[in-house]
Design a protein around this ligand. Sequence first.
Ligand code: FES
Ligand SMILES: [Fe+2]
Length: 350
Amino acid sequence: MNLRRGRGRDLADLPRDPRADQYPMPFVPYGWYAVLRSEELRPGRLVNLHYFGRALVAFRGAGGQAAVRDAHCPHYGAHLGSGGKVVDGTVECPFHGWRFGADGRCTHAPFATRTPKVSIGGLPVREHSGLVFVYTGPDAPSWEVPGIPESSSGEFAAPIDDVCRSRIHIQEMRENIVDESHFTFIHGQNEPPVMDLLPDGPFAETRSRFGRRVLGWDINNTFDVYMYGPGVMVVRVLGPVLSLTAVALTTPVDERTSELRMLYYIRKPARLPFLAPVLKLVFRAEALGEVREEVRIWDHKIHRPRPLLLPHERGIKALRRWYAQFYPSDVTSDVTSELPVQPGTATAMS
Ligand code: FES
Ligand SMILES: [Fe+2]
């Protein structure tokens, strides 16, 4: 962990620049987002969620299928998650007892001669890889998040589950993985990696190497990055000491806040599987603090539509070009004027 120069001290007193909450693009890019781990949604339980600036409730229907619906009752507006409960796979409103199924449709209304033909809104749901995904977008989803085999493989330990929130747009959270220079400064890598983004519709990949010293050892890893839309990214790291798969789930909470949930699946050492807990401890000590360091930076960072990129910093530009497909076509993250570029020092995005 790099704790350099007292970074992070007194941040509670740091005045907030209003530009740190301003973005030219909408805060909810179209795509699939993981809002729960499957184990967090037990049958019979109602779970309150707040993402995409919406109050939502999650529950399991009669057949066990996951449902994520708007939280407010169409009858008189009560919040279903504020005292409501799940009855026979339907959610029952706490105010007058109307019930709604996993598809949102009203199934029962006390004293009504006919069940009202109303529904609560909701989001398309998929459940796989130990996660409950929802889709946001103007149309039905045209692509799916591929399965993540590590989630059910006996070769990997149960994941380290690390959730944090930051006052930043989720696009900037994703840009982090292709921001070559920060790997040296924040993560202690020997030199910036070379990262070429290979876009493939809503998916993209990039492959690189990662060299750093850990506990006095020089460690060289390869890392392969798989992006599945704006909300899901899988990073597979292969190294001589540690191999792991990191699942990075980025989800907009509201116009100012985004959530980063990291699931780290550590591969059990082939001949010494009982060492997995030790590896998890070492990994926790090394890696999680670096994420917090990034969160502190993100909390106060402003969006630069045209950052001053050095010649080797190609990733952010490529990422933004790919990411633009998740916004309405008339939106671009490059709409405000910026400081002029200083000749010979850097290239501005164009
Ligand atoms: S407000 Fe929900 S049943 Fe009346
Ligand atoms: Fe990073």
